[in-house]
Design a protein around this ligand. Sequence first.
Ligand code: F6R
Ligand code: MG
Ligand code: MG
Length: 365
Amino acid sequence: MKITISVIKADVGGYVGHSAMHPALIEKAKENLEAAKNKGQLIDFWVMNCGDDLDLIMTHKGGVGEKGIHRLAWDTFMECTQVAKKLKLYGAGQDMLSDAFSGTIKGLGPGVAEMEFEERKSEPVLIFMADKTSPGAWNLPLFKIFGDPFNTAGLVIDPHMHGGFKFRILDILEGKQVTLSCPEELYDILVFLGAPSRYVIEAIYRKSDGEIAAVPSTQKLSLIAGRYVGKDDPVLIVRAQSGFPAVGEVLEPFAFPHLVEGWMRGSHHGPLMPVPFKNATPSRFDGPPRVVAAGFQLNNGKLEGPRDMFDDPSFDRARERANDIADYLRRHGPFEPHRLPLEAMEYTTLPEVRKKLEGRFEEVK
Ligand code: F6R
Ligand code: MG
Ligand code: MG
C-alpha cells in the first residue's frame, strides 16, 4: 500500500516568548486533525512541538503536495493562530506570511517535508524536528548518515546500501537544484553541503532502486519574506532499516553537537543539542538550538509511536558538550563567529541600525 507522510510545521505563537508551546495550540491542532481522520482524509496523525514550532505529522493516501492535506494544515495553523491571539501568546501567526491559501502551503511560510512510498513489511520512520536553526542544519548529519562509512557501517556491510545514495541539493538563493551520486561524486557533494546557508539537501534516494530515503523541509522564511521573520526551524523524515541506514546509524551523527545558524534572533552560531521531547524548550539566550527525534513504526499508515529517540543517556555527553560549546561561544558576545557574518545579517534588523549611522561616515582623507 502506498502511504504518504506529510510533516508540516509552523510557529504560530510562542509560550513564553519563543521558548515553547502553549498546550491550547496542541489541543486545537489535535481537534482539527482528529476530525480529518474521522472523515477519512487522514489515516493517522500525531501533533507535537519542538520549542515554539507546532508540528503536524500526518499519514494519508493523497501523495506529495496534495491540496486537501496542505489546506488542512493551513486551516489548522490559522485556527491555532486565533487561539494564540486570544491568549496573547508571543508572535501569534508569525510564520503565516500570506492571508490566503493558494493550492499549496509551500512558499506561504510553514515548513513542509513529505514523501510517498510503498510501506514495507516493517517500516521504521524517524521524524526530526529542530528549533532555533535553519534547513542547512541537516546537511552534516544527512551527509554522515547516507555518505560516510565511518558513521554508517551498512554502507560497507549491507549489499542493498553498498551502491550508495543520490543527493538532490538545492541552491536556495538561485532556486536551482542538482543531483549528485555518492560515493562517486562525494567530493563534489561536499563542495555544496559544506555551505549550509546556501545549499541544502532536498531529498536522498537509494541508488540501487531509486527508493526515497530522506526528505527535509527546505523553506527559508527570510528569503520568502525578504526580512527576518523567525528562523525556519526545519523538519526531516528519514526511513530506516532493511536496506536503509539502521535507526542507530540515523541517530549517530547527533552525538556530535555541530554548529548551526540560528539561536538568538536567528543571528548566531550555536551547537545543535539533541534533547528528549520534554526538553525541547530553548531558554538560554533563546537556545541553544535543539533537535528532537520521534520514532514511529508504520502499520498500514497508522503511526505506532512515537518513541522519544533522544531520551537516552547515550546522548548525555552530546548535551554536556553542547553546553560547553554554548559557554565558549557566548563569551564572544556580539562578535563573529558567534554572531553570523554580515551577509547573513542582511535579513535581520541590523541593517536598520547601520543605516542610522551612514551619515556619520566620511571619506578617508
Ligand atoms: C529566534 C527567535 C528569537 C527572537 C528574539 C527576539 O529564532 O525567534 O530569538 O528573535 O526573542 O524577538 P523579538 O524581536 O520578537 O523581541
Ligand atoms: Mg517564535
Ligand atoms: Mg521556532
